[in-house]
Ligand binder design. Structure first.
Ligand code: Z5A
Length: 212
């Protein structure tokens, strides 16, 4: 049986990842593919518990390495228990965020250094990576406006504008460095235009063929 393909969806605050993932799922399903939709941090019961630990605001300062290792602990559980088994049985996987988020948020946002994250990625994941990454790019102010009034911010949403500017710049650098894997979508457009751009990117990927 042919291995499934792995699609990640990335972007900063309010970029519209959750909103657009349903369209990706529907298009793949219409092409007759079995699809698993999942997310990071999370995707298994244990990894979802780690997500709660990561997102909850707390009085105790969280050390950067603690945050980084929690992110990767959740990821390894997710990869080994959900993503790789799904791909092996021929399902396609769509993940709301993957390792590029760690490079953007911990590497650039937290200023831990991109090479430090890449080294950990290589150690733990080897060359395992998404086949396609949709980067929904939106100016920081627009994304933040979309989330205004959504309720109590989580530990990341409490960060300032400069943090999210670094995150956005890092994502765009990653996309520029790997143009074959990334499709950058202008997510500042009206939703129908974003959905059309996402659909076009998925169609293009499907047209390349489904065999890795
Ligand atoms: N994190 C990390 O630090 N390191 C890692 O390695 C990983 C994650 C994997 C949780 O992620 C946090 O984990 C995240 C990074 C960190 N921190 N933050 N912040 P998450 O992905 O679960 O959380 P999120 O980024 O905050 O996702 P989100 O708030 O759900 O955003 P979204 O999914 O991109 O957006 P949305 O929910 O689809 O849309 C937001 C609103 O905008 C909603 O009202 C939509 O109706 C609206 N929207 C969407 N598109 C449009 C357009 N085109 N026009 C107008 N309005 C729109």
């Amino acid at each position: 049986m042919a291995r499934g393909r792995f699609i990640s969806v990335e972007g900063g605050e309010g970029a519209g990842k959750s909103t657009n993932i349903e369209g990706v799922r529907a298009r793949l399903h219409a092409a007759g593919l079995r699809v698993v939709v999942t997310r990071e941090p999370g995707g298994t019961p244990l990894a979802e518990e780690i997500r709660q630990l990561l997102l909850a605001p707390r009085d105790e300062g969280v050390c950067e390495d603690t945050e980084l290792l929690l992110v990767f602990a959740a990821r390894m559980q997710h990869v080994e228990r959900v993503i790789k088994p799904a791909l092996a049985r021929g399902d396609w996987v769509i993940s709301d965020r993957f390792t590029d988020a760690t490079i953007a948020y911990q590497g650039a946002g937290r200023r831990m250094g991109v090479e430090r994250i890449q080294a950990l990625r290589r150690l733990l994941l080897g060359d395992f990576a998404p086949d396609l990454t949709l980067l929904l790019d939106v100016p920081v102010d627009s994304g933040m406006q979309r989330l205004a009034g959504r309720g109590a911010p989580d530990r990341f949403e409490m960060e300032g504008r400069e943090f999210f500017e670094r995150v956005r710049a890092a994502y765009l650098q990653l996309a520029a460095a790997e143009p074959a894997r990334f499709r950058v979508i202008d997510a500042a457009q009206e939703l129908p235009a974003v959905q059309a751009a996402v659909a076009q990117a998925v169609e293009g990927f499907l047209a390349q063929g489904t065999t890795p």
